[in-house]
Design a protein around this ligand. Sequence first.
Ligand SMILES: [Fe+2]
Length: 203
Amino acid sequence: MQVEYTPISEEALLCAELPIDNNRLYNECCHIKDTHEGVVHSNVGGYQSPALFRETVTDYPVLCELIDSIQNIIDTYVNKFTYRSPRGVKIGNFWLNFNDQYNTNDYHTHPHSVFSGAYYIKASPNAGTINFHRTHLVADTEWGYFFDGSSAHKELINMYSHRIEPSPGKLVLFPSYYPHSVSPNMSGDMRLSLSFNSQAVFS
Ligand SMILES: [Fe+2]
């Protein structure tokens, strides 16, 4: 008997190390925190800035450098996989996340976006992983019993989640529909990241 297994879905998570001066960037982010009232979305505790845009942060040169670097990475991703996006994908809103001890981000996706991501400006060991989960629809079936089990051979096909440790300078880029969460910051230090969305260009 011949049996054939065919992958029915594939997604790629991109990680990159960006050569950004995180000390100067941190100072710029603190200025934004001091001058902008915070908002609450998926963040549980901590400070989340309101939505920022490339054209509204021109007074912050290192932040502008970071956003331009992220745009280059998005272009690289889109070109590599030749998505149906002839005019490209442009970074849209972005925001800062200051997370103190025990702060987390609940399970969520990023509506109205193509790629989303996080760039870590400050992150000590045990600052809380970013966790990418299979669809919540798993909960409607018995598959929840099968994932992340005691298999000696953990592979993507038998795992429910994929976890990434944050570290300063690391960029994580992922499809915006992919559910994710952030584990509690147990480092004892503040964790600072920048998150962002992007949109397809149609004209
Ligand atoms: Fe997110």
